[in-house]
Design a protein around this ligand. Structure first.
Ligand code: FAD
Length: 481
């Protein structure tokens, strides 16, 4: 919206769709798809609208707004191809918070995401779903056993290992908004499990700079020991007011207090021995179920969305970086933080669980640390010219060193769901070696590109003519390349 404009006279819809169907049943989806296909209209699928890249919006489009389909059914004795046992049937608009609450109610555990406001069955599950139980159970989409979808030709079908297996493969990890409209998902659930949550803060206010980095180096030396023991974490590093490492939420799934202490003891012993002081001491709490632990961590966090002071980006850093390239990787982390660049890190090893024959980026199977960063927040982001400069800095100075140190050829990659929309070579970076297969599946199921989303499979055939906005937006006509 133009700055200081309060009378609305010069406002436009920008990249937002012109019309939206507030979907409450399957027939509405079929009608909208058939109408868009027959009239050559741009169609977008939207759930919560969380996508940073603009995959759920489009100027002049007709939008399918799925958010109100929020039914959850517990199926204690589900029997289906590939899996028999307890499961949930989750409608397209259910949020992560809603499914975690349902799991708590039925005394089971389900995989979701960190942020409770994210849609569970839309972009998150189709992108793979990075989640706090990754070290124990892998990615959220690894647990999907069937979908009900409406395809580009308007058919309502079941998709599973036995029915339409190519689409089943693609929908688990190949990205949202491009293969079909998901109506519901069947996902297996797991027994209750123990979790230890913990936190602490290390900085250079109570320690010399040298000691701060000494403690931090030790943290990265034991990084894989923690990650491979099932620990997931969410920590922030920065250099203001003094260099710091804030372990906001450590989430040790499948751990008791005793087993957790055993894993982390060498690190805290090292700090003690070297007189390195934690500004906020290490505290931990043992929980006997996921929901209580989640509430003690992200569940009570008011995740901000829609901020316009930076451009987000990420890198999936392989385990081998901490094994074969430790010194270079640690040097990059130190340089990144010392230069004031944003670093949100996660311990994360999405183990190969069952049912991993899907389109989730191969980089996730190699992952040791997930790193979220952004353009420099102190730069101006308010005009196309400023955005262009901020993006150039992000691509060249902030992200490129991470791409160089964790190339796709060595197991690195980028999570398509929390990425920079300007990621170069996104087909390779987001989808690894799976892009050619995903392209074939897209061609088969949507030969006329009824579905389009920026950076989604098949999107290279289209361009949004948005003029010069500094970065790619959805504020313009969608035309064939
Ligand atoms: C604050 C915040 C925290 C986040 N935390 C996590 C996290 O912990 N783990 C994680 O994995 N990701 C996380 N993400 C990223 C998140 O997974 C993506 O933004 C995801 O795309 C959101 O999906 P959505 O359906 O809610 O959003 P939308 O923006 O509505 O949709 C995103 C994409 O999915 C498509 N889509 C939506 N519904 C359907 C449907 N029914 N059928 C087919 N396609 C559909 C859209 O077309 C679009 O391409 C986070 C994002 C934010 C903003």
């Amino acid at each position: 919206m133009p700055k200081n404009d309060t009378d609305g006279k010069s406002c436009t819809l920008g990249g937002y769709p012109e019309y939206a169907v507030k979907v409450t049943n399957v027939a509405q989806i079929q009608l909208a798809i058939n109408f868009a296909r027959a009239t050559n209209l741009r169609l977008v699928i939207k759930n919560t609208g969380h996508c940073y890249l603009g995959k759920s919006i489009g100027a002049g489009a007709l939008s399918l707004w799925m958010h109100n389909m929020d039914q959850i059914d517990y199926l204690p004795n589900y029997k289906g191809p590939g899996y028999s046992g307890p499961a949930f049937k989750v409608a397209a608009g259910v949020t992560v918070r809603q499914i975690y609450e349902a799991a708590d109610k039925y005394d089971v555990t389900v995989l979701g995401a960190v942020s409770w406001s994210v849609g569970w069955a839309g972009g998150m599950i189709t992108g793979g779903g990075q989640n706090p139980l990754a070290g124990v159970y892998g990615m959220s989409a690894d647990h999907v056993v069937a979908f009900q979808v409406v395809t580009a030709n308007g058919r309502f079908i079941t998709v599973s290992e036995a029915s339409n297996p190519d689409l089943f493969w693609a929908l688990r990890g190949g990205g949202g908004g491009t293969f079909a409209v998901i109506v519901s998902v069947i996902v297996r659930v797991h027994p209750k499990l123990n979790v230890v949550t913990a936190g602490w803060y290390l900085d250079a206010s109570n320690n010399s700079l040298e000691d701060f980095w000494k403690g931090t180096k030790k943290f990265y030396e034991v990084f894989l020991d923690w990650a491979e023991s099932g620990i997931y974490s969410f920590f922030i590093m920065g250099n203001q007011p003094k260099p710091f490492l804030s372990m906001a939420y450590l989430f040790a799934a499948n751990h008791t207090a005793e087993s957790y202490d055993k894993v982390v003891k060498p690190f805290f012993d090292y700090l003690d021995t070297n007189n390195i002081t934690l500004t906020k001491p290490h505290t931990s709490v043992a929980h006997n179920n996921f929901y209580s632990a989640y509430q003690a961590a992200w569940g009570s966090n008011n995740f901000p969305i829609g901020l316009d002071n930076s451009l987000p980006a990420n890198r999936i850093v392989p385990r081998r970086n901490f094994q074969e390239k430790f010194n270079q990787t640690y040097a990059l982390i130190k340089e990144h933080v010392s230069a004031g660049k944003h670093l949100l890190g996660y311990h994360k090893t999405p183990v190969k669980y069952a049912n991993t024959n899907n389109a989730i980026s191969p980089a996730w199977r190699e992952c040791g640390m997930f790193m979220v960063t952004s353009s420099n927040k102190s730069m101006d982001h308010s005009t196309p010219e400023a955005l262009k400069l901020a993006n150039k800095d992000l691509q060249e100075n902030i992200l490129q060193p991470w791409r160089d140190i964790s190339p796709v050829s060595e197991g690195g990659g980028t999570y398509l769901n929390e990425a920079s929309v300007e990621e170069p070579d996104w087909q390779e970076s987001f989808y690894g070696g799976y892009y050619p297969k995903l392209s074939q599946i897209k061609r088969k199921w949507d030969p006329t590109d009824v579905f389009y989303a920026t950076t989604a499979v098949g999107s290279e055939r289209w361009v949004v003519q948005d003029g010069e906005q500094g970065v790619q937006t959805q504020n313009g006509r969608l035309c064939r390349v």
